[in-house]
Write a protein that binds this ligand. Structure first.
Ligand code: ASP
Length: 293
């Protein structure tokens, strides 16, 4: 159905963003979008596009992932990331890692492995085995402007390539001040992300403890079986109301339709497709093209 079309959407986290920081968030999302878009336009894979876009977001200290991650209660950075391939349903994830420069790339290297998720030392040992880029944990720490303290957010990307493959990825520094060893929804399929070529793909941001309790990604995917992306997102957000908490969702369905939604004050997003130019927003209300595809 989507053959020949490509689409990509990235996000920089569901949270309060002060107005003076809106453009910085939009610009950061556009830079990350361009990295993935270039791959899709050249006929490359959704897998490569998602990894490239999430790496760009991990490089940008505006966002709470990779470089710029928040500190936990012990004053340390602990990152989680995952990626899911909707063609094979392969999933790769890492959690509570401290020395990975690009957690999303180690998650991607996990895709052909039998385990779905490696945590802590096990994940870092795997990263060394594959010669992943390592860093001193202190090198990931950034002095955030007080006005833009990323107490809660994550980055993510969903892409559809011209071959019809849909991939979702997520990467996060978790929640500021969280207990050491705490892992949220981001590396858990069905909670922080999911992708299935037959239906679509989703990546989320929000309070992991709430998202996990209602397996929000899985609810979105179920709704997407019978609804277009917009109403499916509404259905998922309504399910979250039972436990409360903020969330933002980015979605591409099997037909290549892009949509997104959030119940947080802001949610920085950029998207583009083979028939829509790149655009960035900090709230869904700004995006008037509503399901133009
Ligand atoms: N979902 C992430 C977590 O709970 C944080 C966020 O997206 O705000 O770790």
């Amino acid at each position: 159905m989507s053959e020949g079309r490509w689409a990509i959407i990235v996000h920089g986290g569901a949270k309060d963003i002060p107005p003076e920081r809106w453009q910085i968030h939009r610009d950061g999302c556009l830079v990350a979008l361009a990295a993935g878009q270039a791959i899709l336009e050249a006929g490359g894979s959704a897998l490569d596009a998602v990894e490239a876009s999430v790496r760009a977001l991990e490089d940008d200290p505006t966002f709470n992932a990779g470089y710029g991650s928040v500190l936990n209660a012990k004053g340390e950075v602990e990152c989680d990331a995952a990626i899911m391939d909707g063609r094979t349903l392969d999933v790769g994830g890492v959690a509570a890692v401290k020395t990975l420069r690009h957690p999303i790339s180690v998650a991607t290297a996990m895709l052909p492995e039998r385990p779905v998720l490696l945590v802590g030392d096990g994940a870092e040992c795997f990263a060394r085995e594959i010669d992943a880029e390592l860093c001193d944990p202190r090198d990931l720490i950034v002095d955030h402007p007080e006005a833009d303290d990323p107490g809660c957010d994550t980055v993510g990307c969903v892409a559809l390539d011209i071959h019809g493959d849909i991939v979702a990825g997520a990467s996060t520094g978790g929640l500021k001040g969280a207990r050491a060893g705490r892992v949220g929804d981001s590396p858990l399929p069905g909670c922080g992300l999911y992708a299935d070529n037959a239906t679509g793909g989703v990546s989320l941001s929000g309070e992991g403890e709430s998202l996990i309790r209602v397996t929000l990604a899985s609810r979105l995917m179920r709704a997407l079986e019978s609804l277009p992306p917009g109403p499916a997102i509404e259905t998922a957000l309504a399910a979250l109301a039972r436990v409360g908490g903020e969330a933002g969702l980015i979605v591409i369905d099997a037909e290549g339709r892009i949509d997104w939604g959030h119940n947080s004050a802001q949610f920085a997003v950029a998207h583009a497709s083979s028939n829509r130019p790149p655009q960035a927003f900090v709230s869904r209300a700004e995006d008037t093209a509503k399901d133009a595809e």
